[in-house]
Design a protein around this ligand. Structure first.
Ligand SMILES: Nc1ncnc2c1ncn2[C@@H]1O[C@H](COP(=O)(O)OP(=O)(O)O)[C@@H](O)[C@H]1O
Ligand SMILES: [Mg+2]
Length: 425
């Protein structure tokens, strides 16, 4: 039997963790049989190499190996992809097509993200697993195939079964042997080893000296959570390899590349941005935009009320409730955004409508109210026309200076820009 070390070397698997070794050993042991195997583990732990090991060490190694990502194929076509279809079985089925189960006869199919399979497909799969029989879509002629299945999942299958999203009988059929790959954070000994390997690979790829972590950076590397596991570690190694001039990587430098370090707002505390930082900033911005949309809806109501009643007294009343409602809510997102904007004074982010920030709220409220009052004066016109006129007026007043006009209108420059385009000004 091939040794664990040799197999790891052959498949480029780095690490010496006992759980990892056990997983590889299990793959080697089960390979010569036709037993179905379910590979489990978080995303990025290296599940994809297990079915390759199994196939290569099996008597099927000269047969086909087909990897199917069940989560990536649309529900409408997955049965046809896997089992094929008859000509004319649905619109667009102009020819008879063989599915993977026919093509891989005598080989191995790797069903990645098997938990994503639609229930009807699960029924077909169960049948083929039980007696090697399947039907092409639109056909009533049973076909036979001899395929070994290795499946993988990162979803908690038990939960999926409880919720009725995955058939229990199929689960047991698939998981005759389960091979679990541990998350990276449970493989402490391997983290630095993997990092050094990736650093060396990327140094070669990008023709730059290899990056090295100093002692404190190594500590950070080991204590970090790595929720994206080896895939994330690899990405971080690549980013640093490409972006850092100084090849001696310190704690502070590494920290920039690790999202969620000590705070869920790395973007605010870091002076340097990475892609992952931007993604959490984006999340905050989405949240703020969402809150703003709600505010805008309330303001629309207010404006409408103004136009309908034309009565200042009535409106003032409504307005105070609305305004209170809008600005009294303590929104974390707004504070967070305020912090970002403070940091990023000159960047695009300050382009976001600053009026949603508490410190600026009173100013903005005034602007909006003035805007609303102007609207009230010309009741007969539609809101759009009024808006158009206001924008025109304001642009004239500031001689086309968009920033000043936007300030007066109480909207962002970006919004103003959009409106100018919209109204063809
Ligand atoms: N032990 C390992 N040694 C080296 N690279 C690994 C190891 N495990 C995973 N990788 C790499 O990490 C990435 C993610 O692995 P993958 O098998 O796609 O994860 P999963 O399918 O579990 O989400 C791939 O680029 C893979 O080559
Ligand atoms: Mg995968």
């Amino acid at each position: 039997m091939e040794s664990i070390q040799a197999t790891k070397q052959r498949f480029g698997i780095i690490g010496n963790d006992p759980k990892l070794n056990r997983a590889v050993e299990k793959a080697i042991q089960v390979a010569p049989t036709d037993i179905s195997v379910l590979v489990t583990g978080e995303s990025g732990v290296g599940k994809e190499s297990i079915p390759k090991i199994i196939h290569s060490l099996s008597h099927r190694k000269h047969g086909k190996y087909i990897a199917v990502n069940c989560g990536a194929i649309p529900e409408g076509t997955i049965d046809s992809e896997l089992f094929g279809h008859e000509k004319g079985s649905f619109t667009g089925a102009t020819t008879t097509r063989s599915g993977y189960f026919e093509v891989a006869d005598g080989g191995t199919i790797f069903l990645d993200e098997v938990g994503e399979l639609p229930l009807p497909t699960q029924v077909r799969l169960l049948r083929v697993l039980e007696n090697g029989e399947f039907l092409k879509v639109g056909s009533s002629a049973t076909q036979k195939t001899d395929v070994r299945i290795v499946a993988a999942t990162n979803v908690r299958m038990i939960e999926a079964i409880e919720k009725g999203r995955f058939r229990e009988d199929l689960y047991y059929r698939l998981s005759t042997v389960e091979i679990n790959l541990p998350p990276l954070r449970e493989r402490r000994e391997d983290i630095h080893l993997l990092f050094r390997k990736f650093a060396a690979d990327f140094a070669q790829k990008y023709k730059m000296p290899t990056i090295r972590l100093d002692e404190r950076a190594i500590e950070l590397l080991l204590q970090y959570r790595w929720s994206g596991n080896i895939r994330q570690l690899r990405n971080v190694a690549e980013q640093i390899s490409v972006l850092e001039q100084n090849r001696e990587i310190t704690y502070a430098t590494l920290k920039h590349y690790l999202p969620d370090m000590g705070s869920n707002l790395p973007a605010v505390v870091n002076e340097k941005k990475t892609e992952s930082d931007f993604s959490s900033e984006r999340e905050i911005l989405y949240k703020v935009l969402f809150d703003m949309k709600r505010d805008v809806n309330d303001l629309k109501k207010l404006t409408l009320e103004l136009m309908k009643t034309g009565s200042a007294a009535k409106v003032k009343e409504e307005q105070s409730t609305l305004i209170n409602k809008i600005y009294s809510e303590e929104s974390n997102a707004e504070e967070e955004l305020a912090a970002i904007i403070e940091e990023e004074n000159n960047s695009n982010i300050s382009d976001v409508e600053v009026f949603s920030i508490p410190e600026h709220a009173s100013e903005a409220r005034k602007d909006k109210y003035e805007y609303a009052e102007e609207v009230e004066e010309e009741e007969n016109l539609s809101l759009q026309q009024k808006e158009l006129e206001l924008i025109k007026k304001s642009l004239e007043k500031y001689k086309g200076k968009r920033k000043d006009a936007a300030d007066e209108l109480g909207i962002s420059e970006r919004t103003l820009y959009r409106k100018i385009k919209q109204y063809n000004l």
